[in-house]
Design a protein around this ligand. Structure first.
Ligand SMILES: *[C@@H]1O[C@H](CO)[C@@H](O)[C@H](O)[C@H]1NC(C)=O
Ligand SMILES: *[C@@H]1O[C@H](CO)[C@@H](O)[C@H](O)[C@H]1NC(C)=O
Length: 198
């Protein structure tokens, strides 16, 4: 019966919790566990309150000129509808600046790729790490993986994790095009990233 299963699970969890709280870290010998063990969140500094931060910066995707930051690594396939660039992939190492001008303060780089994943409209798979260099965030990164829909004015993509100060991060990013040059393909996009982290 399902209710019995739940009861068993409940007691099992109760038992596991007891094991965690009653055994002090010193009694857990480091070399006695094989593959996985429960640990106290305090040991990873996760007893601190989770914070919500709002980051804002501008993402520069430069395809033109002698020093592009974004290059087509896979051109669109000619087999299918090419108006949506379906199948094409750009790899980028894009500057992130405080203001919309490229000359404004550099706060990090967005490194990753976008791939056209839609045959009927402009829809891109975005996979990128925001590698920050600013202040205490220098060396920490936020990972974004999601759908960048070209038809929406503001595109939303999930923050799926991070490193350093962004360990256990979750949240979302909103991308809003500030400037787009149809001829060159160069784009400046305002990013607002809302992220929970410790
Ligand atoms: C190709 O994509 C365009 C742009 O979304 C669309 O309008 C058109 O109907 C598509 N053509 C075919 C043959 O699927
Ligand atoms: C960020 O950290 C790296 C490595 O620790 C250091 O070389 C660099 O100068 C730092 N950058 C800034 C802007 O503080």
């Amino acid at each position: 019966m399902p209710s019995q299963n739940f009861l068993t699970l409940f007691f099992f969890l109760l038992l596991s919790c007891n094991t965690i709280t009653t055994s002090s870290p010193s009694s857990q010998k480091e070399d006695t566990f094989d593959f996985v063990r429960p640990i106290n969140p305090k040991l990873l500094g996760l007893n601190k309150k989770e914070k919500l931060s709002h980051f804002r910066f501008y993402w520069h995707d430069i395809l033109s000129g002698k020093n592009p930051t974004s290059i087509i690594i896979i051109p669109p396939t000619l087999i299918l509808n090419t108006t949506t660039y379906f199948g094409s992939v750009n790899m980028f190492d894009d500057p992130l600046t405080l203001g919309p001008q490229l000359s404004s303060k550099l706060v990090g780089k967005a490194q990753g790729f976008y791939a056209s994943a839609s045959q009927d409209d402009f829809g891109f798979l975005m996979a990128m790490n925001l590698a920050f260099i600013e202040g205490k965030y220098n060396g920490s990164s936020v990972t974004i993986l999601g759908r960048n829909s070209g038809i929406n004015k503001v595109r939303e993509m999930p923050v799926v994790g991070g490193s350093g100060l962004f360990r256990f991060a979750r949240g979302y990013a909103q991308a809003n095009t500030y400037k787009y040059d149809v001829k060159s393909g160069d784009a400046i996009v305002e990013y607002n990233v809302y992220v929970f982290h410790y």
